[in-house]
Design a protein around this ligand. Sequence first.
Ligand code: AMP
Length: 363
Amino acid sequence: MGKVNRQEILDILKGYDKENITIATLGSHTSLHILKGAKEEGFKTAVVCEKGREVPYKRFKVADEYIIVDKFSDIVNDDVQEKLRAMNSIVVPHGSFVAYAGLDRIENDFKVPMFGNRDILRWESERDLERKLMLESDIRIPMKYDDPSQIDRTVMVKFPGARGGRGYFVASSTEEYNQKIDSMLKRNWIEEEDIKNAHIEEYVSGCNYCIHYFYSALNDEVEVMGMDSRYESNIDGLCRIPAKDQLDVSMDPSYVITGNHPVVMRESLLPQVFDIGDNLVEGAKKLVAPGMSGPFCLQTLCTDDLEIIVFEMSARIDGGTNTFMDSSPYSYLLFGEFMSMGRRIAHEIKNGAEEDRLEILIT
Ligand code: AMP
């Protein structure tokens, strides 16, 4: 099976009634402000919703149309695609859409115009591709260890897949690594199979900033739209126990994301923030045509040397944008009040339609 053909998507777009575009997404993750933002920009909205999960969309009144499916992954079914095309839909991908639809089906079978570069989604999901993109973009990332026997300082150990940090651990020696692997196996937080895929990287001691950028392909400009930091269980709970008691309870930390806090950075750090965003956009242009487009997020740690180190990337709208469903201090600077990431996407689509340049925004 081949990849979805670009010409096919452009032909579908050509057949759309541009006065009547619907912005559609899967009902999860960041869909509330994607849909709300679309309405604010004057679009019709549709949500593909798993049966029984309609309540937030109905109660917050963000969706004009509902496509109810038995399970989220049905969004790639032919009949659902047909309904989306019939509504002149542009689908906005987010983390849950990628997880439920699956990369293969998005790349090979999903014949509905999508906002942004559908090919770059794989580059955030596969750690080796992600590292390649960061290195190409000259972005400082944590040092990687190829083998546990090389551990010579504190490291963070991660496992593949979007499991919200479950099973991650910190170790400072090969011995401690082996002990913790055993303990994670006993808890069933990892499986034997995961061990050979363990990713070991330098532990960065710093404060967490997840930076939400928007790259406007229409204006060729990188915008900083907002920042959040993660609220993770149980690590953030553990930190409330005095250090002495932390040793006594001998609990292992985990890093399961449960929520987000809005945050701002020292103003003197902002030049670095723009540099890394600009660099990533340049790197993506070289490696994954047509490059980055629309929202992306760099998850960083800022050290006490005031160096921003990127440990993860989202190549689409990130969940932390839910901290500014109305506005963030940074989006306020650029746009005035009420510019969420969802609305920024709709704004770009609206400008693309008005300028007759929609084809550069969709794949
Ligand atoms: P991730 O699944 O990569 O987003 O990581 C989950 C959490 O682990 C992050 O939000 C950080 O709190 C922490 N983390 C990830 N990588 C590192 C690292 N290299 N050094 C220190 N903490 C990290």
